[in-house]
Design a protein around this ligand. Sequence first.
Ligand code: HEC
Length: 252
Amino acid sequence: MQVFAAIARTCFPALLGGCMLLMPAAAAEEAADVATGTRLAEFLRAARSVLSNYQPLINDPSVGDKHLDGERFTTEAIAFYAKRTGHPLITDDLSERDRKLIQAQIEAMREVVDEQQADINRPGIGFKGFVPAVFARLMNEKFAAKVGAEALVRVTAPEDLVRNRKSLPDAWESGVIENVFSDADRPKGDSYTEVTTVDDRPAFRMLLPEYYTESCLTCHGAPKGEIDVTGYPKEGGKAGDLGGAISIVLFK
Ligand code: HEC
């Protein structure tokens, strides 16, 4: 991977022995960061899927109390994560950092769902605008408020597709989208990682591409420019197109 190659390049000619000692530690650290970033991204995806499955219930005007509070939601998201990934979200071998970050993500999710209760349970209203993308953004904002000095999770997109300005890509994210994800020879779905800086602080960064599926196209599909149910103009996307990316920052 990127980090690995950079280390090998900088120290290989100078001091072979030193590098051999350095590599395993760096590799172990990178593997841990990749695992942490992947876990945060996959749990966000699980939460969005649970919310997506509940859209018909949430948007049912004939039902008042939906009995879908933060406690039930987080329990189901944790179970969904385990089912989708094949392993539990929280395991005994998690580091202190991982435990803290996952706990913050669970709490952020719980708080967002609890704060939406009045809207979710309002009878007589159909579509409520509490769609997975909005939920994910609110959850990521709360996550940043809790542990933003250590880690950040965002969902961004190619600049020309961005709906909410808060989700605009930064220079690094745009660079990866334009120069790496655009490479047709690159296996679809592969994430990109790099050790760099964010706000002048050293950080591990990870970008995970997200592609439109058929279910996204009622809002992001054709015809381009037509207003969707949420009030935004559709992007004219097709199934399989790059629709966005989950961006993870782990400060060193
Ligand atoms: C019901 C309409 C709807 C559907 C279906 C939908 N989205 Fe969105 N999407 C939105 C809205 C609204 C926003 C802006 C959310 C906000 O305010 O942050 C958004 C935002 C996004 C963003 C964040 C960047 C931005 O534009 O602000 C990405 C990435 C994204 N959607 C991808 C997808 C993908 C992938 C799917 C299918 C799995 C999907 N969306 C399904 C309505 C939808």
